[in-house]
Design a protein around this ligand. Structure first.
Ligand SMILES: [Zn+2]
Length: 291
């Protein structure tokens, strides 16, 4: 990826220019936090000749790649815009602004900041590939709250743009330290779906990975993709965009990992909620491909 237009012109996973587009809205929390845009009601007293009255929300396009079925927001945020969105992620200011648009958010935030409830499933999946006292780098792991093997880690590094205080035993590291390697396990969990250019991050992670390092990727298989089997109709079903700006297909996941030089050694599709509730994530263990 050489150029970085704000509105994607090619697929962010496979670089295909064969894109289909459909109108959607950017959720107003993102509009305000990133751009300072607030929704506004267009009323008769505006005196507009050609606009209808009603609520105006930030417009965008849903985009679908005809080649790899990746479904994504057309806007690709810059580093500064990403900082605005994720700085002190889920702290009190973040939650208060979000709750003005999403009234149930404070309760949700309390749940989210308490940590994931399925860490045992992640550890079960990773155990066959992980030494008993792993040296772990958590890439994009926030404060390190959801890093696996909390009782066994020989080292717990976290690299993240949120600029937050780490949990006990974790150490926030800069990019240089993260890339210096020496890890048994690199975790990149629930990160790729937030990134404007997932390939860039995967290329970076590849630099932190030695021949024996296992890399754990976890990302959602969003309902609209899963329930349509990655079919074209997912495009017009996706009408709004929030923090997940990439809805991976089975093919787009495999394309990005392969392009970044990773070889999948195990994968599972796991329901991370208690049935009958459903929310499926891909659990993927990789090593660097040889040669
Ligand atoms: Zn594609």
């Amino acid at each position: 990826m050489t150029d970085r237009p704000f509105i994607a012109e090619v697929c962010v996973c496979c670089e295909s220019p064969r894109l289909q587009r459909s109108p959607a809205v950017l959720m107003p929390f993102l509009g305000e936090r990133i751009f300072g845009w607030r929704p506004v009601r267009i009323t008769e007293d505006w005196g507009m000749r050609t606009l209808e009255t009603g609520m105006a929300y930030p417009l965008c396009n849903s985009v679908r790649c005809a080649d790899c079925a990746h479904l994504f927001l057309d806007m690709r945020f810059s580093d500064d815009q990403m900082k605005r969105l994720y700085h002190r992620y889920q702290d009190a200011d973040y939650a208060a602004l979000r709750a003005t648009y999403e009234p149930d958010y404070l309760e949700r935030n309390a749940r989210l900041t308490a940590g994931i409830t399925y860490l045992d499933q992640v550890e079960r999946f990773l155990a066959p590939f992980t030494p008993s006292q792993p040296r772990i780098l958590d890439w994009g792991g926030g404060r390190g709250r959801n890093t696996p093997f909390p009782d066994a880690r020989a080292l717990h590094h976290v690299y993240d743009i949120a600029d937050d205080d780490p949990v006990a035993g974790a150490q926030m590291v800069d990019r240089e330290t993260a890339l210096s390697g020496g890890y048994d396990l690199v975790v990149c969990s629930n990160v790729l779906e937030h990134l404007p250019y997932p390939m860039d991050t995967l290329d970076e992670i590849a630099k932190a990975v030695g021949p024996e390092t296992v890399v754990y990727f976890e990302l959602p298989y969003e309902n609209v993709q899963r329930q349509t089997g990655d079919a074209p109709e997912a495009l017009t079903l996706k009408r709004h965009w929030h923090e997940h700006i990439n809805f991976f297909s089975r093919r787009s996941v495999s394309v990005v990992l392969q392009r970044a030089g990773f070889e999948v050694i195990a994968h599972e599709l796991v329901n991370v909620l208690q049935p009958p509730a459903e929310s499926y994530n891909f659990f993927i263990a990789c090593r660097k491909a040889k040669g």
